[in-house]
Ligand binder design. Structure first.
Ligand SMILES: [Zn+2]
Length: 238
């Protein structure tokens, strides 16, 4: 066919049928043929140029599994196909296999990333005490406002079967205004230990869009908290 020439519907169908035939052939290759192909491909290394070209040709294309939901049965089959002796790492021994660190060695490893040596060390902030008003009653109120759902992943407390963490949006443990508190699951709470500024902005935006009924509740609650603050400071002065 010449360049620019249009093909009839019948020709298109024929081409399509021929291609489908090829695909079916692939599926019905004998075990021997498949093993031969596998042996031929084993140990083959692709050049950097090949990898780059291959990636470029696929750029902008939608991944084949995007938006597809795999059935429970399909997922179970995939999982089973990688279990036990079918797993490529089955029976392989890592360098630490059968060895144990001595107690002394374990202590050295632990101390190496403790406190000031830890990459996420923020000057001992985590040892600062929470304000007295950060009690179970307040935490319950925050969780109820957030419908017992993690405000990052949306998981409901029924799934992990554990009460959600209550996170301080501005990372200030003594700022226990309800506007500064948000419910998170344990996993998402860990995520907020990095990129703190970005998370603060993110949650402040969420708070700004809370339904009015919740905002009004917050205002009443904040007044109560301010009273508690005054009482506590008055008692401390006595
Ligand atoms: Zn979560």
């Amino acid at each position: 066919m010449r360049k620019g020439q249009r093909c009839s519907d019948e020709t298109k169908r024929k081409i399509s049928d021929a291609m489908m035939g090829n695909r079916n052939q692939e599926k019905h290759r004998s075990k021997e043929t498949r093993e031969k192909i596998s042996r031929g491909l084993k140990g083959r290394t692709l050049s950097e140029e090949h990898i780059r070209k291959s990636a470029e040709s696929r750029r902008g294309q939608m991944p084949w599994n995007k938006g597809r939901k795999m059935s429970g049965e399909y997922r179970k089959n995939v999982s089973d196909s990688k279990k036990g002796p079918k797993n490529p790492n089955y029976g392989k021994k890592t360098w630490m296999f059968g060895k144990h660190h001595s107690i002394e060695s374990r202590k050295l490893i632990s101390d190496a990333s403790r406190g000031e040596n830890h990459p996420n060390w923020l000057g001992g902030k985590s040892f600062e005490p929470y304000g007295v008003e950060f009690n179970e009653e307040l935490r319950k109120l925050v969780r109820k406002r957030d419908n017992h759902q993690c405000q990052i992943c949306g998981i409901h407390r029924e799934k992990p079967q554990i009460a959600l963490n209550v996170h301080h949006i501005d990372y200030c443990k003594t700022n226990n205004s309800i506007d500064n508190l948000v419910s998170l699951c344990g996993s998402c709470h860990t995520k907020t230990n990095v990129n703190r500024d970005e998370w603060s902005v993110h949650f402040k935006e969420i708070m700004a869009f809370l339904p009015l009924s919740h905002r009004e509740g917050c205002e009443i609650r904040n007044d109560v908290l301010r009273c508690v603050d005054q009482i506590v400071s008055a008692l401390e002065e006595v």
